[in-house]
Write a protein that binds this ligand. Structure first.
Ligand code: FVH
Length: 293
């Protein structure tokens, strides 16, 4: 526990599960904290632990050298911060609320219009992980604000600055979450298939972990093919091989009475490649089909 004081005052807007964990961690590491929450009762445990409660957003942002906003969504950010733009002028606002990349860019533009120094943050952690190993937070926007806020931000987890485009941290967050949901969707598909013959999901989960751990490093090889842009002839498995393989997975699912809805999109992309004469191209060229034209 770091008890060094005089680290400055940080205001935290929003004391939901995440805002509370962040406020607690900052306090534990020696920061003076001012907290505000729409429902004031949630400030009570924080005040007991040494924080100051602000009665209004305006009071909170005036108290802090840095304001961390941990609200629900983009709308709640603007609803609460637009009325206090003048009080935030010249100060650092770090928005840790999950938004889309374009919403982050819109908030950055709004902040710039009002002379507010803006840093957007994306939290790759659940509240229990804050300040613990594995917690990772991505930031983008004003680089100087990042440099100033970094010592405080690093108490929350590994801090990574992604660039000056305020939307990049959210984009990376959403790209990684996309990969995660697709992967877990695959695990659930496998569990649904194996459950039809009495294999419990817990067993299939173990098998999936072993299998995915073995094949996941291939991501680097696939990425190298994508970066080279040389798909044909295929450095790996081509569309002519992969397309019937995925079709078999769909058939196998259906034979067991399991929907193939999660698999169909991949088959559709492979079908498009085959239909446009790219059967001998590497199957990873489906990435080129993903761009909406
Ligand atoms: N919890 C998690 O695991 C994830 C991890 C990744 C990042 N997310 C994002 O973090 C933001 C906050 O999430 P949270 O877990 O703290 O969410 P809640 O516990 O639901 O708390 C929401 C807080 O927002 C306040 N709030 C909601 N609407 C408004 C509004 N219109 N005006 C003012 N405040 C508002 C709410 O206040 P109250 O209900 O207590 O009065 C809470 O303080 C979020 O973007 C996640 O996506 C968390």
């Amino acid at each position: 526990k770091d008890t060094t004081m005089s680290k400055g005052t940080i205001s935290i807007l929003g004391l939901g599960a995440m805002g509370s964990a962040i406020a607690a961690r900052l306090r534990e590491t020696g920061y003076t904290t001012t907290v505000w929450n729409r429902t004031p009762a949630k400030t009570e445990p924080h005040v007991k632990a040494g924080a100051t409660a602000a009665a209004t957003v305006s009071e909170a942002v005036q108290a802090g050298d840095i304001t961390l906003a941990v609200l629900l969504d983009h709308a709640s950010i603007h609803q609460n911060l637009e009325p206090v733009a003048a009080e935030l002028k010249g100060k650092i606002l770090v928005n840790l609320t999950t938004t889309t990349p374009n919403e982050a860019r819109a908030t950055a533009a709004w902040a710039a219009e009002h002379g507010i120094t803006y840093l957007d943050g994306a939290i790759m952690a659940v509240p229990q992980m804050i300040g613990r190993p594995g917690s990772r937070l991505l930031y983008s926007g004003d680089e100087n604000a990042y440099a100033i806020a970094k010592p405080a931000l690093e108490t929350l987890g590994t801090a990574e600055f992604e660039g000056t485009d305020a939307g990049i941290a959210e984009l990376k967050d959403m790209a990684l979450l996309t990969a995660m949901y697709q992967m877990f969707g695959g695990m659930l598909q496998a569990a649904a298939m194996m459950r039809t013959v009495g294999v419990p999901a817990t067993q299939t989960a173990k098998d999936v972990i072993d299998w995915l751990s073995a094949v996941l490093p291939l991501s680097g090889d696939f990425a190298a093919v994508v970066e080279s842009g040389r798909y044909d002839p295929a450095p790996g498995q081509d569309v002519n091989f992969t397309r019937p393989a995925v079709a078999s997975l769909i058939t196998a699912s259906r034979e067991q009475g399991i929907s193939a809805d999660l698999l169909e999109p991949t088959k559709k992309l492979l079908d498009e490649l085959a239909a446009t004469g790219r059967g001998t191209a590497d199957w990873v060229s489906i990435i080129e089909q993903l761009t909406i034209r």
